[in-house]
Design a protein around this ligand. Structure first.
Ligand code: NDP
Length: 378
């Protein structure tokens, strides 16, 4: 007898199989709510499939899942919040009530593998402390589910590669939660970088910080082994921003300084070098506020300022052009719809595992440079 759920699952697996391992240039897919879709810079690479949705299970019901991802998911066209996976049973009733999540779609970490038999869940979105991403992502992939993994992808490049390999082996897709890459003004900024709108590049600046306090050591954000500290948390935006702003891979960390009043860095400064001899100055902090990504060129500049908050991201150029109004809607809504469409339409994802790994390699090189005082090749 025909089982539509099984057919759908088979379709998704087959799509993933065909696309596994593809690490291609980012595409821009216009979707999300009406107003944000119309402000996206390029047409979709393929006609979006509007009548299908993927079932998404959130793994880790902390601040970001509760405050941003679950609410944003409600506005997607192509995703449905069907499941939760949590280590905190006391959180379950509130989530079930708020989002109508069925009892059989609620999992604990120790029975995560049972999700393999659940046809209502296509994607597991890992939203836990960074040091736990690898194990959770691998377990989700081994259960045959597509994986969305929060930034930074993992603690080191080897762990990132383990996640990529698990997804490849299981023929499932992998996206990193780089929301900025889905944000329309940022996409316009990337367009200016790609066409070198102001001529040859001369230098780069990338700053992302907020005026918080030294993270407490009883929270994972204050623990080095868990991926706490400014560089992993905020610095990854500066590193990824330089990647999309320059369209280049850095070749070395020239120098770096980390200010660590306790276990983790609260501020990190670094200088990156590129193969063409250009330099980028980067700075990130959890105690000082700044937020700018700037590309200087021989005939002018373009920049995002602020470059990575949830709302109000703004771009401008030396010609006085403002790249567009802040989007009406959530970056995360666009992100999840784009990632769902990439799975359903068998297209490359915008933020693949390879990109997440490359950024984590830069993080590790910055730490090594700060600790040794030496130039470190990436
Ligand atoms: P929180 O500390 O608020 O929540 C993390 C959740 O992870 C916990 O509530 C818990 O959920 C689960 N968890 C599983 N294992 C552990 C563990 N060993 N220790 C602590 N918690 C654990 O963190 P955030 O939600 O702020 O951040 C989670 C991830 O999302 C990080 O990777 C972070 O970098 C990323 N993030 C991304 C943002 C973005 O803009 N893209 C913004 C903010 C965060 P439960 O109780 O359900 O088990």
């Amino acid at each position: 007898m025909h089982d539509p759920k099984k057919s759908r699952r088979r379709f998704l697996r087959q799509s993933a199989l065909a696309a596994t391992g593809l690490i291609l240039a980012p595409m821009i897919v216009g979707c999300g709510n009406k107003s944000t879709a119309s402000s996206t810079t390029s047409a979709p690479a393929a006609a979006p499939v509007k009548d299908r949705q993927l079932g998404v299970a959130l793994l880790g019901l902390g601040g970001y899942a509760k405050g941003q991802i679950a609410p944003s998911l409600q506005f997607t066209k192509h995703c449905r919040l069907t499941g939760i996976i949590t280590g905190s049973p006391e959180k379950v009733p509130e989530w079930q009530e708020k989002y109508g999540i069925r009892e059989e779609n609620v999992y604990a970490y120790d029975n995560l593998e049972a999700i393999a038999d659940n046809a209502e869940i296509d994607v597991v979105y890992v939203i836990t402390p960074t040091a736990t991403h690898k194990d959770f992502a691998v377990r989700a992939a081994n259960a045959g589910k597509h994986v969305w993994c929060e930034k930074p992808m993992a603690m080191n490049p080897a762990d990132c590669q383990v996640i990529i390999d698990a997804c490849t082996r299981n023929h499932v897709r992998l996206s990193i939660g780089y929301r900025m890459l889905h944000e329309p003004n940022t996409q316009k900024f990337i367009g200016l970088s790609k066409k070198k709108a102001f001529g040859a590049f001369t230098g780069f600046t990338s700053l992302a910080g907020y005026a918080g306090s030294d993270p407490p050591t009883d929270n994972w954000r204050g623990q080095r082994a868990m991926g706490g500290g400014a560089l992993y948390d905020m610095g990854v935006y500066t590193i990824n921003g330089l990647r999309y702003g320059t369209q280049l891979n850095p070749v070395a960390v020239v120098s770096a300084n980390q200010y660590r009043p306790t276990e983790v860095d609260v501020t990190t400064e670094y200088t990156l070098e590129y193969a063409n001899g250009l330099m980028a100055e980067g700075k990130t902090s959890v105690v000082t506020e700044y937020n700018q990504l700037r590309i200087d060129a021989e005939n002018g500049w373009h920049q995002m300022e602020p470059m990575q908050p949830y709302d109000g991201v703004q771009g401008m150029t030396s010609a006085g052009t403002v790249l567009g109004p802040p989007i009406d809607g959530k970056q995360q809504t666009l992100q999840m719809d784009n990632d769902a469409l990439a799975i359903m339409n068998n297209q490359p994802v915008i933020a693949p595992g390879k990109m997440g790994l490359a950024d984590v390699a830069v993080i590790r090189a910055i730490i090594e440079s700060a600790e040794t005082g030496k130039r470190v090749l990436i």
